[in-house]
Ligand binder design. Structure first.
Ligand SMILES: *Cc1c(COP(=O)(O)O)cnc(C)c1O
Length: 330
């Protein structure tokens, strides 16, 4: 797939590692587990939004923008990384924070919130859960315009047909690395949130004719609402290459959200702890901890067999871990 036709900023040198996890594989007594270390992407704290921002910020610059505006939840990694990209580009960045759990916004909170302040966020607007985020960002954009600036709005999670290109690029990176290692991948497993990661990987592995299925583990919605989100984004992204993406290959797995987005589950605590103790890799409570609890669940249900090769995509988020320390025992 010709990704060079789209403008791109480069924030990460080279590739992120694709590592085999021998201790974890042994502990789970199932398929061979590999991990794609996108937690090691560049920009402060790393994580999947860095790849999306390479294309989104390049698009913003191509349009002559001088200010970034985006939105996210209280401990948003996407907000942290958009702000980090803005710092790199010398642009101000405004954030609209959605208080999905009432009373959860605390100006003095640790984790990503702390990093918003260290990196000099231009402004934080807090809105109640369920607010129209696009409308709130448009309002900020209007203020920026009034002051003579040129705002660029990045949607929540950076998941649109521009940002999702970052995960088409990631699929191609994994294909190259697997070839170098002589690794024949049976499945790729990732988090399915705002959707760009899942959709971009699905488009990339399908568009390169690899026949490698991508399994997305939902972290906020049931399949009924998550699948259409992934399909819509994948279809729009594939269309940029003149391709017609097939809906039937979108696979989402539900059952690992627990009481709701960002709310801890015992399976998440088990997953984060197991990964830390076997491989010294930190997951996060909101996304990768739940996604990995889904992979553990699927292994225990017999979905993946011994001898198969699974690549789990680590999308980052560990800076949020410190905000959740009360949920983890000694
Ligand atoms: C945003 C995020 C995700 C979800 O990725 P989407 O592309 O929004 O589905 C997964 N993990 C981490 C750490 C994130 O910050």
């Amino acid at each position: 797939m010709n990704l060079s036709q789209f403008p791109r900023r480069r924030y990460t040198e080279g590739q992120t590692p694709l590592e085999f996890l021998p201790n974890l594989t042994k502990a789970l007594d199932g398929p061979n587990i590999w991990i794609k270390r996108d937690d090691m992407l560049a920009l402060a704290g790393g994580g999947n939004k860095t790849r999306k921002l390479e294309f989104l910020v390049a698009d913003a610059l191509a349009q002559g923008a001088d200010t970034l505006i985006t939105c996210g939840a209280v401990q948003s990694n996407h907000c942290r990384l958009t702000l980090a990209a803005a710092c790199k580009e010398g642009m101000p960045c405004h954030l609209v924070i959605e208080e999905r759990v009432p009373g959860s916004y605390d100006e003095k909170a640790s984790g990503n919130n702390f990093l918003f302040h260290i990196m000099g966020v231009a402004g934080i607007t807090v809105v109640p859960g369920g607010s129209n985020m696009m409308q709130a960002m448009e309002k900020l954009a209007e203020d920026v315009r009034k002051q003579g600036g040129k705002p660029y709005i990045i949607p929540g999670g950076g998941s649109n047909e521009v940002g999702t290109l970052g995960y088409v690029a990631c699929a191609e990176e994994i294909i190259t690395q697997a070839f170098d290692k002589g690794l024949d991948i049976d499945y790729v497993v990732c988090t399915s949130g705002s959707g760009g990661t899942h959709a971009g990987l699905a488009v990339g592995f399908w568009g390169n004719n690899t026949r490698i299925p991508v399994v997305g583990i939902n972290i906020s919605r049931p399949n009924e609402t998550q699948r259409p989100i992934i399909y819509k984004d994948a279809k729009a992204t594939a269309a940029r290459f003149g391709l017609d993406f097939p809906e039937e290959i979108v696979e989402c797995v539900e059952g690992y959200v627990g009481p709701g987005y960002s709310l801890p589950t015992p399976a998440m605590v088990e997953a984060v702890t197991l990964m830390a103790r076997t491989e010294a890799i930190l997951l996060d409570p909101v996304y990768t901890g739940k996604a990995f609890s889904g992979l553990i669940g699927l292994i225990r249900q017999g979905r993946f067999k011994k001898g198969e090769n699974i690549v789990f995509v680590h999308t980052g988020g560990s800076p949020a871990l410190y905000h959740y320390k009360d949920y983890f025992g000694k």
